[in-house]
Design a protein around this ligand. Structure first.
Ligand SMILES: [Mn+2]
Length: 260
């Protein structure tokens, strides 16, 4: 029997109010739930308390996805980087209060001036990740970097980038494998094989390989049976979260069938 745990990201209702999120949480039928500290679901002390209440009443374990809109941890502006790290620290603090199992974040992005300073994006990203690791340690939060797709100008996109990154980082940082994102690079299998010892969390949504559509499982061109096989082959026993924005119930059902 596989020990893979199926859960749900609340991305599908990010356009709704926080109150509506709470209502949905009172009815979800999963143990593992990922909350996005972003948009109308942005966390604060009061909201954390409300979420903890639901978690206890409904036996839910939370993960937190860090803020990601306009968040570039590799920004070349020192004042912006300080602000961004401050914002992310607040997010980690709330994740810790939420007793979150994991805090997921995106790598930095190239900027409009990157080409004038070759290699600066890589260094800035590395520096920010090291700072995030320190902040995480301070708050007792486990963090994981997520692979993200082209065409966005992320500093880390494919397997080669992440290999170099992990070699240079030489520190203990986990990976959230986003299957839909890896599918954009046709590197789902490569990511699973290469980072078998790093992956602690998986985001699952489908797409047709052309853009990150966050379709329901089975509505794109990802071979989920092969994904499940590969994850089992590496002995993966972490969480696989439905992160589609439609056909959510059906996607949960399908993942249960595919992974168990
Ligand atoms: Mn994702």
């Amino acid at each position: 029997m596989s020990k893979i745990k199926i859960g749900l990201s609340m991305l599908f209702c990010l356009s709704e109010s926080f109150t509506s999120l709470l209502k949905r949480l009172e009815n979800v039928n999963v143990h593992y739930v990922e909350i996005l500290d972003e948009g109308s679901h942005t966390l604060d002390g009061k909201r954390v308390k409300k979420l903890r209440k639901i978690a206890e009443a409904r036996n839910i374990e939370f993960m937190v996805h860090s803020p990601f809109a306009d968040i570039n941890i590799a920004t070349p502006s020192p004042v912006l980087q300080r602000t961004i790290l401050k914002r992310l620290e607040k997010s980690m603090l709330h994740a810790s209060q939420l007793q979150s199992r994991l805090w997921v974040f995106h790598p930095g992005l190239r900027s409009a001036v990157t080409s004038f300073y070759p290699g600066s994006d890589w260094r800035l990203n590395m520096d920010a990740v090291r700072q995030l690791l320190k902040i995480a340690e301070k708050h007792g939060v486990k963090i994981a970097i997520e692979n993200v797709p082209a065409p966005f100008p992320f500093v880390l996109k494919d397997v080669e980038d992440f290999s170099r990154f992990y070699d240079e980082l030489n520190d203990d940082l986990s990976l959230t494998l986003d299957v839909g994102h890896a599918h954009q690079n046709q590197q789902v299998q490569a990511f699973i094989t290469q980072f078998s010892d790093k992956i602690v969390h998986v985001h699952a949504s489908d797409n047709k390989g052309n853009y990150d559509a966050h379709l329901g499982i089975g509505y794109g061109t990802i071979n989920w049976t092969n994904v499940a096989k590969a994850l089992k082959r590496i002995g993966y026993s972490g969480t696989v979260m439905v992160e589609s924005v439609r056909d959510v119930e059906e996607s949960l059902q399908k993942l249960h069938e595919i992974f168990h």
